[in-house]
Design a protein around this ligand. Structure first.
Ligand code: ZN
Length: 137
């Protein structure tokens, strides 16, 4: 079992994106603002128009926690959850894979560069997961 995110009319494009291997950020066609999390209207100009851009998939750790307890269904703890500042300027929370060392200490710090990857859970759900950028080279 996996904790499933809520998918609604406002966030459907995001989950369609992860399924397609894209990290999508909601974009306001009226004022060009980017926003996350997705919502029905633009917090900057109030427009109800919605579009999206595909993020480069890279970002920087703004802050993070090592989650050791309570248990999370489908997860082997500890895991690292980070607030990631995308290079496009929005901030989102996500799991950082393989970021806990054998000693149980996190292997990231504030400012660590991350790159998004996608974990396909099943036909209906693909979750974004972050990895240390240098590991992909
Ligand atoms: Zn706007």
């Amino acid at each position: 079992m996996t904790v499933r995110p809520m998918v609604n009319r406002d966030s459907q494009f995001f989950w369609d994106g992860t399924a397609a291997g894209e990290l999508r950020i909601q974009h306001c066609p009226s004022c060009e603002a980017l926003r996350f999390p997705p919502g029905p209207s633009c917090p900057r100009c109030g427009a109800f128009d919605q579009g999206y851009v595909v993020a480069a998939g890279t970002g920087t750790v703004f802050s993070y926690v090592v989650h050791r307890h309570p248990p999370v269904p489908g997860k082997e703890l500890p895991i690292v959850l980070a607030l990631v500042d995308l290079d496009e300027g929005v901030r989102m929370v996500g799991e950082v894979a393989d970021a806990v060392g054998p000693d149980g200490q996190p292997e990231i710090e504030i400012g660590t560069r991350l790159r998004v990857d996608f974990h396909r859970v099943d036909d209906d759900l693909t979750l974004p997961v972050w990895r240390l950028e240098e590991e992909q080279r």
